[in-house]
Design a protein around this ligand. Sequence first.
Ligand code: FES
Length: 97
Amino acid sequence: MTNTLDRQPASIGGERMHESVIVTVNRKPIVVPRGATVAVAVALAESPCRRSVSGEPRGPLCGMGICFECRVTVDGRPHRRGCQILCRSGMEVSVDD
Ligand code: FES
């Protein structure tokens, strides 16, 4: 018997997850799976999301929109929670300094 799940790619909003999108993080192109969050793209870019007031690198902690440690600038809009935003092709992400 064939498992139909093996033949059907997972999807979010009707879009297949195995497809990729390209975003830029600090002007560096990053390829992420469709359905990945901005926090994932920042991690793949090996960049912190921001710096604390004492200069410590900060990154995602809760992954569910509570801690605000994943704040980045997305398409010119500062202080966006990277863990709550799905990547779109052409999206420009920069870390908040
Ligand atoms: S990781 Fe906590 S709000 Fe994004």
